[in-house]
Design a protein around this ligand. Structure first.
Ligand code: NDP
Length: 286
């Protein structure tokens, strides 16, 4: 029999690090897999995924802008994919295509690995798109004291907070929405924050979602700023560093969400064999 075939689908996809990450997990666990890249047309995810699985593909990672298409494509959803409203991992289970979302678990594991405890913390999440939605459930599971979700446009932040308010109230924590601009003023109590997570796409354009005066309000030397964008010191990370805070980009999240996907496909018995932190160190040294 040939090698089991996996792929990451996105558009654009040429610079994805997922193939390299999964090949390293395969080497660490002494397995042989084939992992490629797929770039469907923007309206072509369903066709591409159908062809891939019909040809015997075993599993797919899904990135921007197809996470909602992947949710629609899946025949079953894991509870966390249902909650996230988006799918980043497709696998086959009992003949059915199952959608899962490992982004939030990846973020939380990367933060914990960097010594950041979320229990009892005051957390600010910037952005209310797919990435923010995917991480809110796992962040709330860590039992922070307060989580503020701030977005450029208000309706998206309000809708997202609405979606998670029941989960927050069962955990007796404060969940509130805000506009980014509100962070200028005194609307936000409890600032500065222990943890600020940038889940906006602003870093991709080499911009920060917040002004310097907001940065003065939300960061202290005790803060930790996490930007989901990776491979660069983003403007938001720079604002945090200038105020004495510690920072991280999102490369660890990428590696950790990939580790979860790898174990979904290959089986949890490989969890001891793979070493995501070593893979992260290797990627950083390239
Ligand atoms: P979406 O398009 O779904 O959402 C984008 C969000 O960014 C919206 O909240 C939007 O606000 C906000 N935004 C965009 N530009 C600006 C700006 N200039 N100033 C302020 N807010 C802005 O994207 P995703 O949520 O899917 O992805 C967000 C980022 O996270 C991307 O950069 C992606 O690469 C990264 N990511 C990283 C992962 C990792 O493993 N490290 C995993 C997943 C995502 P509005 O609603 O007002 O338009």
């Amino acid at each position: 029999p040939g090698l089991d075939v996996y792929a990451v689908a996105g558009n654009p996809i040429a610079h994805s690090k997922s193939p390299a990450i999964h090949q390293r997990f395969a080497e660490q666990s002494q397995q042989a897999i084939h992992y490629g890249r797929l770039q469907p047309a923007l309206d072509g995810f369903e066709t591409a995924a159908n062809v891939f699985f019909a040809a015997g593909g075993k599993g797919m990672n899904v990135t921007v802008p197809f996470k909602l298409d992947a949710k629609a494509f899946a025949q079953e959803l894991s509870p966390r994919a249902q909650l996230a409203g988006a799918v980043n991992t497709l696998s086959i289970h009992n003949g059915k295509i199952v959608g899962d979302n490992t982004d939030g678990a990846g973020l939380v594991r990367d933060l914990l690995a960097q010594g950041i405890r979320m229990q009892g913390a005051r957390i600010l999440v910037l952005g209310a798109g797919g990435a923010a939605r995917g991480v809110l459930g796992p962040l709330l599971d860590q039992l922070p004291q307060q989580l503020v979700l701030a977005n450029r446009s208000a309706p998206k932040a309000d809708a997202l907070v609405q979606l998670f308010c029941e989960l927050a109230s069962t955990r007796q924590l404060t969940l509130q929405s805000a506009r980014l601009i509100d962070l200028e003023g005194s609307v936000i109590t409890n600032a500065p924050f222990d943890l600020v997570i940038n889940a906006t796409a602003a870093g991709l354009d080499n911009a920060s979602p917040i002004s310097d005066s907001v940065a003065n309000n939300i960061f202290s030397p005790k803060s930790f700023a996490y930007d989901m964008v990776y491979g660069q010191v983003t403007p938001l990370m720079r604002q945090a560093l200038q105020r004495g805070a510690r920072v991280s980009d999102g490369l660890g999240m990428l590696v950790e969400q990939a580790a979860d996907a790898f174990l979904i496909w290959r089986g949890s018995q490989w969890s001891e064999a793979i070493d995501p932190r070593a893979v992260l160190d290797e990627l950083r040294s390239i």
